[in-house]
Ligand binder design. Structure first.
Ligand code: GRF
Length: 193
């Protein structure tokens, strides 16, 4: 982490639900040599189970429903600037950020997507993988651009899909690799900045 001069990157994690990736990122941020410091957890869903992890670690949370996307994003940007956030990690965040938001934020935004991008962009990836009898699947951490699931790939991990796999078993398998993949990808991305 020499290039970061020992300074940790103020990070916000955006979630919408379970938050198991948020949990793994919090675990990572608490490590002594971690390059990030999670300062904020954002959710569009006040009932997101993952908010419990923010609470347990005394990380600030910010809820906005995105009903009026312009208003929500404007207020959110203000919050991010106030907290000097330099990196956003989307982790199961189910809203699509506008081109305007991405442009105005100016700093990198990362996302984790449960497929081997560029294959299987969008929703219901596990269902599609099973239906198409794919032999492999995996997860990808990539940069967020205005085009859905299409930004530069930072890191990808592959797993084998067994003959007996169903959506649930596949989801579990992929989540398990994601919990190591996201921190690894962040480290790789920040080293190369
Ligand atoms: C993960 O599989 C991630 O790849 C996708 O949404 C899921 C979120 O899971 N974008 P969790 O909320 O982190 O448990």
């Amino acid at each position: 982490m020499e290039k970061l001069n020992g300074k940790k990157i103020n990070t916000a994690v955006f979630i919408s639900g379970r938050g198991s990736n948020l949990r793994s990122l919090i675990k990572y941020y608490k490590k002594k040599n971690s390059p990030i410091s999670i300062k904020l957890v954002v959710s569009n869903n006040p009932k997101a189970e993952g908010l419990i992890y923010a609470k347990r670690s005394k990380i600030k949370k910010y809820i906005t429903n995105f009903k009026n996307i312009n208003v929500s994003e404007k207020k959110l940007l203000k919050k991010l600037f106030n907290l000097k956030i330099n990196l956003i990690c989307l982790a199961g965040f189910m809203k699509i950020l506008s081109r305007n938001f991405i442009k105005k934020f100016k700093k990198p935004i990362l996302n984790i997507h449960p497929s081997l991008l560029p294959k299987y962009k969008g929703l219901n990836t596990h269902k599609k993988i099973i239906k198409n009898k794919e032999k492999y699947s995996g997860s990808t951490v990539h940069l967020v651009t205005a085009k859905l699931d299409s930004g530069k790939i930072i890191l990808q991990k592959r797993i084998k899909v067994s003959k007996y796999e169903n959506e649930n078993t596949l989801e579990k398998k992929i989540l398990k690799i994601e919990h190591d993949l996201y921190p690894e990808a962040i480290k790789k991305f920040l080293i190369n900045l």
